[in-house]
Design a binder for this molecule. Sequence first.
Ligand code: FES
Ligand SMILES: [Fe+2]
Length: 358
Amino acid sequence: MRILDALERWRDNSENEFGKLPMPPILYSSEEIHNIELEKIFSKEWVCIGHISELKDAGDYLTFNLATHPVIALRDNNNEIRVYSNVCAHRSSRLLDGSGKCSVIICPYHAWAYELNGKLRGAPRMDKDKVKQVHLNQLKFEIWQGLIFVNLDHNAAPLSPRLSSLDEHINRFDFANMDVVHSYEGELACNWKVLVENFCESYHLFKVHKTTLEPSTPTSSVEVMPGGVGYNHHTLDKKMDDKKVSATKENKEHLCCIYPSMTFALSQSRVLWLSIIPTSYNRLRFRAWVGKDLNVHTDKKMAEGELDQLLAFMAEDKVINTGVQKGLEAGVGNRGPLNEMEKTNWDFGHYYAKMMLS
Ligand code: FES
Ligand SMILES: [Fe+2]
């Protein structure tokens, strides 16, 4: 694949005497690369689709569009989480939209009705024997820190082992017992890697987020952590107003990217995270969540404040990221070197090269 030669060259020469280098612009501006990413990354890697607190009771469901594959996650009547293709087993209609609660899944096309365990319960005007073997397509999933990850590859290696060194740093925050208090979806006119890299580094806070993030998490406090094969990780000192919260946990914000495209910012009893999906080489869709430990954060106003903060800094990043995309499409090749605070982006690049060149 000639188009990947640029990535191969970068992988083999990603450092010079001035430092580590960012990946070449062609990787962010080509439909052909986008198609290879769908095959080599999004068809075989773990993608976050939600959190267990969104599926508390039997019948609770959520939907997610994983690249070209629509997905349903739900809690069945045995209290088990299940993940299915959001595709009817009859003639492939989409089954559910958004999130909510149901006791049976009824297809909007010919009203075939599925149990929560995926089995077809009934099909109007059809002989029972003809359809008794029919069931929804089950997908491989794994829960890590309360987050639900899906993998379209049934033979994929498990996710948790490659994140075990991160567990040591974040277990104390009890991510699994937080509650999602807000979630929303958005689109952005840039390559998915632009947004991932933007979230992976906090070198830009002092400039882009001067009044929104820099006062509470100053750029000068960035510490790049070792990371691992499945993730990168850096921390910032976090100044807290809330005495009750700051007394309970360490005063650090942990920013991580779980490869390929889930990023989170976790601090005292609250977490903001994104799951990012490419829709073309210059467009992405994301879902963002705000999670809280509601035993500590009993004040609803504060939860709303977190959402406002998320919206404010996402708006600031949007301006930058769409501008970066235009710059990348200009194909100007002399980029770099990276700041040491951006080592996380370089680590992401090497993960990306490993997947794309495999
Ligand atoms: S496509 Fe779903 S019932 Fe026909
Ligand atoms: Fe930012």
